[in-house]
Write a protein that binds this ligand. Structure first.
Ligand code: DGL
Length: 267
């Protein structure tokens, strides 16, 4: 197969990364995609850096077996903790979700006060904060971990009073800081977008990393000349390291469409 027509590899700690696949389908409809969700070991958001790096290396090795032309780390936790290691270790282009989300936030902020929400591991890694300071040192960044958002999204509790109360409680410190832009730094948070909007009002702009990464990948593939030449609808293959309870239902919720067969893989 011609290099250009090889699939894009995407990995995540579980099924949340399908929010990124949903955006890839929108922006790159003719690319083939191989998705790997490490459902046997999810969540990554409360694990140590060493463990997340080890899992991320194994996920990358697994995707390389499918001869992917580039790898997207859909998982914010892996992007925060493992991107640099993966880039040093593997030759193929590896794209994380932090940089594209940060670039968009910096374009949109007016008062130079940006909030970031994510898992405990993402927020305590300071990866978003570091990336923002690297590009725009004068911008203030406030991080807040929201560990209950992942289970809320997986349970499908996307709206309603309980969900709104939880969102308000987590986001109150950021609102106090007068942020005008909020980065959704976790695969699951795009599902909660309508409720987050309701909780914080219309003055704060929301940045969806999944959306930004898809546009970033499109630009990168054009620059590198590795966009698929094939004039057909992209094929998708889904692999999970475990098939947990209701995996198909959850996967379809994140992808926003029906999925065919989901394979199980050992890594
Ligand atoms: N995929 C993770 C992330 O984006 C959320 C779920 C987890 O903790 O593994 O950070």
């Amino acid at each position: 197969m011609k290099d250009l027509n090889r699939p894009i590899g995407v990995f995540d700690s579980g099924m949340g990364g399908l929010t990124a696949v949903k955006q890839l389908i929108k922006f790159l409809p003719n690319e083939d995609i191989v998705y790997l969700g490490d459902t046997a070991r999810v969540p990554y958001g409360n694990k140590s850096k060493k463990t997340v790096i080890k899992f991320s290396i194994q996920n990358t090795l697994c995707l390389l077996k499918f001869k992917v032309k580039l790898i997207i780390i859909a998982c914010n936790t892996s992007s925060s903790l493992a991107l640099n290691t993966l880039r040093k270790r593997f030759k193929i282009p590896i794209i994380g979700v932090i940089e594209p989300g940060v670039k968009k936030a910096l374009q949109l902020t007016r008062n130079k006060c940006i909030g970031v929400i994510g898992t405990n591991a993402t927020i305590s890694s300071n990866a978003y904060q570091r990336e923002i300071s690297r590009i725009a040192p004068s911008v203030k960044v406030f991080g807040q971990s929201c560990p209950l958002f992942v289970p809320l999204a997986e349970e499908g509790w996307l709206r309603g009073k309980v969900t709104l109360d939880i969102i308000r409680k987590y986001l109150a410190p950021l609102i106090k800081r007068k942020i005008d832009t909020l980065i959704l730094g976790c695969t699951h948070y795009p599902l909660l977008k309508p409720s987050i909007k309701k909780a914080i009002g219309t003055d704060i702009k929301l940045i969806d990393s999944a959306n930004e990464v898809a546009q970033g990948v499109k630009r990168l593939m054009n620059v590198k000349g590795i966009a698929s030449e094939e004039n057909k609808k992209g094929r998708m293959k889904f692999f999970l390291t475990d098939k947990p309870y209701n995996f198909k239902g959850i996967a379809e919720k994140f992808l926003g469409r029906k999925i065919g067969y989901i394979y199980q893989v050992k890594i």
